[in-house]
Design a protein around this ligand. Sequence first.
Ligand code: HEC
Length: 150
Amino acid sequence: MKKRLLLCSLFSVFLAGLLSVQGISHSGTDNEIVKARMASMKVIAANMKSLSKVSRGRDPFDLTEVKDMLAKIESSAAETPILFEVNATDSTSEAASEIWENFQDFKDKAFALESTAKALISTVASADDAAVAVQSLGSKCKSCHSKYRN
Ligand code: HEC
């Protein structure tokens, strides 16, 4: 009897798992590798958003905060090659299989973002600079996404 109950509850866990896959949500993946790389991209995006607000005068320019945003983009970009090293995918992932066919090129694109963010940390000094930074960083996101994100 106990065993039956256990089997029954295992089955409902299984069903719940199936159902949650259907509501395809980006954070809803159970794949730890996919989850980690999405989380890292979200950190990059959140800091780009903050930087963009500063560049449009929506938030005040604070040099320490701006450098911190750039440093977070730099360190997340440095993680990208490690986080994508394993060719993992699931139904929520937008990672293109071309990543693992051209891994060196993919790494170069991650490095382009990392080194741009790094250089900006020592040059950024005003809201206008932040605007130029957003443009220049944004082009690095685009050059990778257009090729490697579905
Ligand atoms: C070297 C390549 C590369 C660079 C550079 C890059 N990305 Fe990505 N990004 C990806 C890939 C690949 C995915 C899809 C990952 C997945 O779904 O498994 C992704 C996904 C994302 C996502 C969706 C995350 C989610 O939860 O599904 C956001 C947001 C994002 N990137 C923002 C950015 C921003 C902003 C930049 C630039 C500041 C950037 N990325 C730079 C490759 C890159």
